[in-house]
Structure formats: structure tokens, C-alpha cells
Design a protein around this ligand. Sequence first.
Ligand code: ADQ
Length: 489
Amino acid sequence: FRRLGLRGMKQRLLVVANRLPVSANRRGEDQWSLEISAGGLVSALLGVKDVDAKWIGWAGVNVPDEVGQRALTKALAEKRCIPVFLDEEIVHQYYNGYCNNILWPLFHYLGLPQEDRLATTRNFESQFDAYKRANQMFADVVYQHYQEGDVIWCHDYHLMFLPKCLKDHDINMKVGWFLHTPFPSSEIYRTLPSRLELLRSVLCADLVGFHTYDYARHFVSACTRILGLEGTPEGVEDQGRLTRVAAFPIGIDSDRFKRALELPAVKRHISELTQRFAGRKVMLGVDRLDMIKGIPQKILAFEKFLEENPYWNDKVVLLQIAVPTRTDVPEYQKLTSQVHEIVGRINGRFGTLTAVPIHHLDRSLDFHALCALYAVTDVALVTSLRDGMNLVSYEYVACQGSKKGVLILSEFAGAAQSLGAGAILVNPWNITEVADSIRHALTMQPDEREKRHRHNYAHVTTHTAQDWAETFVFELNDTVAEALLRTRQ
Ligand code: ADQ
């Protein structure tokens, strides 16, 4: 069986995720320009040997006309991508509504929406309905492209209903589902009105994966407590059928970062930044501007540090890069103004005519600029309130080969379980503790920095994105093969 799978002939793989890894811009009635966004998942799959992978997902644009849809489908095919077309209404209800307003905050322990409870409860049914319809639309595209023996890898909280749709269509499909966010404690999860349907659907998959063992354990507890099923060391059993549940911690393509640091453009960036901040220690935050990333808490902790350590006032700078996301959602707009307000106040309070303590950028950086920043900074501050894994912490470590900077890392990020021995772990809600950790990081002796960095670097460079993807696909094949053997015995 193993030889028939990944390690033998080329395994066909259909990766199904809410978004395709491309941004599409319409240039004419039947003209599209496409740009591949090289995220972690893309690099992970590009690096997997002997796999013939195709992506299925939404291109992030509304294409109401057939001419546009046909042209986009054709252009995407060259990038091995297959689009799912979602109209504005369904995007509003499924993506903005159920995914981002209900599941995302709940899975990060922020609870279900509090304000305007009645409206939320009324909308809930229609949003969940749209969620199921959207998942069925993804499934319909999978059916069109599926060939016997294909592995179907479903990604994230957007597609929890997909395993059921797929298995209802063909019970022999090999289906895996992986969650990129935390899976919360079953006591949190059980507040979700559609808790039963979603759990039952996920259990239709053959293999269910999480970043950490804790998330996997929370999922199994939810199945035992809410559905009354039996949890085993292998996963969850329902009437003799086993769904395997396991931890598959994601990694990054560390070589891509190491190679980038050798490029002349990146070296130029590095020397500009080094000159620009000469004589000051530089601390770095890189996050999507999201409630879960704990940006206001981080900035307040930095303020406390400056308040308590006047010696450092003009000797340290915090560069906070925050990419705006979900900009049409009022809560995210509120967060942006809140962060601006705090940064302005602190810069007014501690700045001088020539320098300010916080540089805050509301935008994305290109890959080369990001690598240069990672390489020149002395300390990285990752203070997520909850985070499935957090790749920024890995990327920072990968770029610190020579400088050996210090990573301050939230204990509520999945990465704390892999980088815990090398990073300074903090509770991001405890501003005093974070402020103390900043002082510790800035004054850390070289031998301690070296030791901590060595630990982190060894982890990040050996547990790569490619290994993650390869292991998941391999285990999925293996799980299905074993189940087949069991039924034949
Ligand atoms: P995210 O919440 O997006 O991912 P993270 O894991 O940190 O969080 O990945 C962010 C990615 O975006 C990184 O590759 C980073 O380089 C990039 N990025 C962030 N800010 C940027 C900026 N200003 N400019 C350019 N690039 C920027 C979700 C989960 C995480 C989980 C990942 C992968 O929320 O917990 O680790 O998926 O499973």
C-alpha cells in the first residue's frame, strides 16, 4: 500500500482551501493577470516530492459573467489552480459572516459575537445555511476534477462541512482535513449552535490534523462530550469506524529565507536599515492586523517598558508592521483606530524632535524587505492572544543565523510548544511580564542568546513546511490503507 502511495508513483493531490494562492486582477472582458502569493502552504506543497498537486478554491473576486469565468478558469489552469465561483451574497454570509464573524473569534477564545444578540441569533441560521451551501459548491468542483485514488486535502475552518459533502458523494474518496487555527477547549466549542453538524462532518474525513497535540485533544474531547463518541489514542471511533486525529505541526520553507539573505537586493536593504537605526536596538512585530494578534497589548507593554526603564528611551525602537485584513468589518476598523491612537500617544510621550520609539506601518511588505527586517532586528515580539501556530516567529528565527536575536513569544501561540525552550515565553495579557521580558531580551548576554537561538534554529530548519505536507499526505494514504485492511480481515 505504501508503495502505491506517496513514495511510489506520483500521487495526485487536490488541495481545497477557501482562497487560491493567487491574486487575480481583471484587465479586460476576457483578460486576467494573476500573481502567485507565496504563502507557507504554497511553498510547503511545492517542496513535496512525487506529488502532482492542484488547488481548488475561491479566487477572491466576484466574477458574475460567463465570459469572465471562462477566461479566469483558463488562466488559472496554467497555475494548476481551479476556481470556485462564489457570488457577493454568499461571500457576505459564508465568508464574512459565518467564517470570520462566528468561527474565527470562537476558535480563538473570543467567544460568539456579543453585541446585538438578537440580530446575531437571527442571522446565525442564514449564515450557517450559506456556509453549508458554499461548502457544497467547493465539493461540486472537487467532484468534477476527482479521479479514483486522488488524495483530497481540505483546509481550515472555512471548510468544515466539506468532508461530509465529499464522503456522501463517494465513500471511497481519501479525505483529510487540517485546521490552521486552534481548536478551542470543548467548553468553548460547545457554545456554537451548529456544534453537532460540524463535528459530525469533520469526522467523515479519514484523517483530521491540528498544529498541536492540545488542539487535537480538545477536538477529541468535543467529540466524546458533545457527541458521546469514544476517544481512542488513535482518534475518534463511531460504530466501528475510526477517524484518525493527530498533530501535524506546520513549518516554513527555511531555505527560501536563507537563500533570500544572500541576494544583493536584500543585502542592500539590510545595510540601509543598519545605518538608519545605528546606535539603537531594534525590536520587531509583524502581524496581520487582527484581534488575535494582541497588537494593542504589545504596544502597551512596550510603553510600560519605556516608562520603567528611562535609560532605554532613545536607545530602542519598535517597528510594528501590521497588514490590514478584513477592512470592511467594523471591529477591525475599530482595532486600527485603537492601535493608531495608542501609537500616537506613546510617540508623543516618549519621542524627541529627531526620533520616535514606535514606527507603525499599516501595510504588507514584500518578501525581500521582510527578510531584511527579520535579519537586522535584535528582538522579535510575538504576543498573539491565541494563534494556531504563528509562522512569523519561525521566519524570524530562520533569518537570524548570524545575529542570534531574541524571540519573545506568547505562550498562547502554537509555536510556543516547539520554540518554548529557545524563546522567552510570555502571557500577552500580563503587560508587566512582557515589559520585563523586553528588558531581559535587550540585556541578554551573548552566550544565552546563542544557546536559545541554536535551539530554535535547529527546530525551524529541520521541521519544514515540506516535511509537514509530506507527512500529512503520507499518513492520510496510510490511514486509508489500514482501514481497508481492517475491513477485509
Ligand atoms: P496567520 O494568522 O496569517 O495564519 P502567521 O502564521 O503568522 O499568521 O502567518 C502570517 C504570514 O503572513 C507569514 O508568512 C508572514 O510572513 C506574512 N505576513 C504577516 N504580516 C506581514 C506583513 N506586514 N508583510 C508581509 N507579510 C506578512 C494562519 C493561522 C496561524 C498559522 C498559519 C499557518 O492564524 O496561526 O500559523 O495560518 O497554519
